[in-house]
Design a binder for this molecule. Structure first.
Ligand SMILES: C[S@@+](CC[C@H](N)C(=O)[O-])C[C@H]1O[C@@H](n2cnc3c(N)ncnc32)[C@H](O)[C@@H]1O
Length: 268
């Protein structure tokens, strides 16, 4: 796991697949369901997450075999001292990051545009924790400029159409010296990534996700959304274009997920 900073320049066409759709999933999977890469897919994405919300955590446990917990610990470590300030869990879903951060942060806002996902996570939040949930779109954050110290985005931004707008919003609400940490599945580039991601996408996600939640089409969409998405250097470039200073990233282990750390100020 070596840290490396990329030379991505933020130009979407260079590192994002033209037209958005990759080889895994160019089709709408159910009538009215989201299409990977479709710029107008937000309502369909929200409905899809509302359908899988009750079984989301159970499916996650089976699919990641607990590895996501290690990825989350790494992400929180990368937030550094900022994790003790005002933190925004963006695309919070069932609030695993919120719950992990709640004890040490001054405050945590868990923001997601799918209320059933937030509802499904409420039981994880310790009583008395300074946690606020907001149901809103990541492309239009109802938060003042420079109002948070840290942002964490776990497996969420890939689902946001116009992710560049969400990045610009993230940059806007961060204070000087703030940090954004993104953990996600990016379009694979190395052979190892292609092998692991291919197996995960074609086998684990649709079969296990489908069995546990009863919605295999949703998990086929999630698999397809990785192919229709930035590779990591391309995403790092998009962070720079959004106004972040120092941006670094690396693969996590196993090489299915990656982490990107984007700071306000500084040079990569
Ligand atoms: C795969 S879940 C990840 C949840 C959580 N962050 C985690 O680490 O498990 C993705 C979440 O992103 C949310 N999401 C997708 N697009 C969004 C948008 N435009 N604005 C806000 N939330 C969005 C979905 O509702 C869903 O809860």
């Amino acid at each position: 796991m070596s840290a490396d900073s990329s030379s991505g320049d933020g130009a979407l066409p260079r590192n994002a697949p033209p037209g958005g759709n990759g080889p895994l999933d160019p089709q709408p999977l159910v009538a009215g369901g989201p299409v990977p890469g479709d710029p107008n897919r937000a309502p369909a994405v929200r409905d899809m997450f509302a359908r899988i919300a009750p079984g989301y955590d159970r499916a996650n446990q089976f699919m990641s075999m607990g590895i996501d917990r290690a990825w989350r610990r790494i992400a929180i470590r990368e937030l550094g001292a900022s994790a003790r300030g005002d933190v925004l869990d963006l695309c919070a879903g069932t609030m695993d990051f919120t719950a992990a951060l709640a004890g040490g942060a001054k405050s945590v806002v868990a923001l997601d545009f799918c209320a059933p996902m937030l509802d499904a996570g409420m039981a994880k939040i310790p009583a008395g924790a300074n946690v606020r949930t907001i149901c809103a779109d990541a492309r239009e954050l109802p938060l003042p400029d420079a109002s948070v110290d840290a942002i964490v985005i776990g497996f969420g931004i890939r689902n946001v159409p116009e992710p560049e707008r969400a990045l610009a919003e993230a940059r806007r609400v961060l204070r000087p010296g703030g940090v954004m940490v993104v953990v996600d599945f990016f379009r694979p580039t190395s052979l190892a990534q292609k092998f692991f991601a291919g197996t995960y996408n074609r086998v684990v996600l649709p079969i296990v996700g489908g069995l546990v939640t009863g919605h295999s089409s949703a998990y086929r969409y999630l698999a397809g959304s990785m192919a229709a998405w930035y590779d990591r250097p391309g995403f790092e470039g998009a962070c720079r274009t959004a106004g972040f200073g120092a941006v670094t990233g690396r693969e996590l282990f196993p090489p299915v997920a990656s982490i990107v750390i984007a700071r306000v100020g500084g040079v990569a």
